[in-house]
Design a protein around this ligand. Structure first.
Ligand SMILES: NC(=O)c1ccc[n+]([C@@H]2O[C@H](COP(=O)([O-])OP(=O)(O)OC[C@H]3O[C@@H](n4cnc5c(N)ncnc54)[C@H](OP(=O)(O)O)[C@@H]3O)[C@@H](O)[C@H]2O)c1
Length: 391
């Protein structure tokens, strides 16, 4: 029986609230808090169970502290934006409350994804006797757990990993992003980066691509990108020779993105506009559909997984581990599209394993640092079944 405080009433926060509400024996009291109270009310009204809601601006640790003092959670789940990670971790540290998120901290004025800032909290969390679980969505999150599962059960040595994220769905909008537009566009427009031969290699943004035939979806062009789980997996999976991350994009999406970049709409530095300073990407976000609004007409599937190569019992082995998720089925269950669903379900499972003690130790951790088995078992039980194929 635990009290959980969920921050962020967007696409992912909505799914997490629904999924926690489905497990009352663990999440006995739930509070959903966000910057805009009406978004919490909308999610609360979709549920059969009673939950609390609150307004909070999580950029301010004092507001977070006041809410924590009032609700007294055992764990805070951060499903707002990466900008809030450190403020919420500070509040958790001051209050002695466990923490979980799905995306690593990045400073608002610089698109730089790295765990340095959050890993720096390790000693303080350990000394306080509380735990932080970082990046517990699908990718990062389940992608890391697939690697840990392969290391435990399928390989003696893992040499290469390709994480492949395909959205084969159609939402019916000319251009929209499946999670927060600002964070998504910052991620996609950065330089590509992957690990090979003991060092990081850089590429021009989206310049390296190849087709792949995704089970359940078909042939799609996937593009090499930097993604945050590469940083922790390089540290935590011993003996890796190469690790890369790929994501699929359609021609229409890429054409829109190119035009927006060319006219300066994806800039994150402030510009003067009619006597005010505005950040073009934040203005663009205000015009684009919210991720939580996309689910209603979404058709098709996602397929996210890992292709791993290495050695088992002295022989070369190649294995593909993946999940297929259907947008319309997600909408039917929790009123959300599959990108929010594939992120929210793992966040709920990570919290459940922390609160029930299966994954509990003081400090700051990434998901591949724990036994993957209870998590893999829960994925099958809570809506994200996975498949292992020898290639
Ligand atoms: N690991 C993964 O697999 C994965 C995949 C997808 C997304 N993610 C992460 O999941 C997070 C949520 O994504 P999403 O698609 O749900 O985004 P979203 O729909 O834009 O939702 C974000 C929510 O956070 C709220 N929020 C923003 N700043 C806040 C603040 N200072 N205090 C309180 N609430 C605040 C927003 O409120 P307002 O509407 O009032 O601004 C909004 O309701 C992002 O960090 C994203 O990077 C992870």
């Amino acid at each position: 029986m635990s009290r959980v405080l969920i921050i962020g009433a967007g696409g992912v926060g909505g799914v997490v609230t629904h999924k926690c509400a489905q497990v009352p024996e663990v999440f006995s009291e739930i509070c959903l808090a966000s910057r805009t109270l009406s978004k919490c009310e909308r999610i609360r009204d979709q549920l059969k169970r009673r939950i609390e809601i609150a307004r909070v601006d999580a950029d301010f640790p004092d507001e977070m502290m006041a809410l924590i003092r009032c609700f007294k959670p055992d764990l805070v789940m951060n499903l707002a934006l990466p900008y809030q990670d450190l403020a919420i971790m500070d509040a958790c540290l001051a209050a002695g409350v466990h923490y979980l998120d799905t995306a690593n901290y990045e400073p608002p004025n610089e698109a730089r994804y790295c765990y340095t800032w959050q890993w720096a909290y390790r000693d303080r969390f350990r000394e306080k006797g509380i735990m932080a679980l970082l990046g517990c969505g699908f990718d990062p999150g389940v992608s890391n757990i697939f690697c840990a599962y392969a290391r435990k059960h399928l390989f003696d040595e893992i040499h290469t990993v390709d994480i492949m994220d395909c959205n084969g769905g159609e939402h019916g909008h000319p251009f929209a992003t499946n999670f927060n537009p600002e964070i998504n566009i910052r991620e996609i427009t950065q330089r590509g980066k992957y690990w090979e031969g003991g060092q990081w290699q850089e590429t021009d943004p989206l310049s390296v691509h190849q087709p792949f035939d995704f089970p359940g979806i078909g042939l799609r062009e996937m593009y090499l990108m930097y993604h945050e789980e590469l940083e922790s997996l390089v540290k935590n999976i011993q003996g890796l020779r190469r690790i890369r991350f790929w994501m699929t994009f359609g021609e229409q999406y890429l054409t829109h993105l190119r035009v927006l970049q060319n006219v300066g709409m994806t800039r994150i530095d402030p510009v003067e506009f009619e006597g005010r300073r505005i950040v073009p990407l934040k203005f663009l976000k205000a015009l684009l559909p919210e991720p939580s609004s996309l689910g209603v007409n979404y058709k098709g599937k996602t397929n996210i997984g890992c292709m791993l190569e290495g050695v088992k019992d002295g022989k070369p082995r190649k294995v593909y581990i993946y999940n297929i998720c259907d947008h319309a089925e997600c909408y039917q269950e929790v009123k959300a599209q599959a990108i929010s669903y594939t992120t929210g379900v793992p966040a709920m499972i990570g919290s459940l394993l922390m609160l029930t003690g299966a994954w509990m130790k003081p400090g700051v951790f990434n998901t591949e640092e724990f036994d993957p088995d209870p998590f893999m078992d829960r994925l099958n039980r809570h809506g994200l079944p996975w498949i292992v194929e020898d290639k």
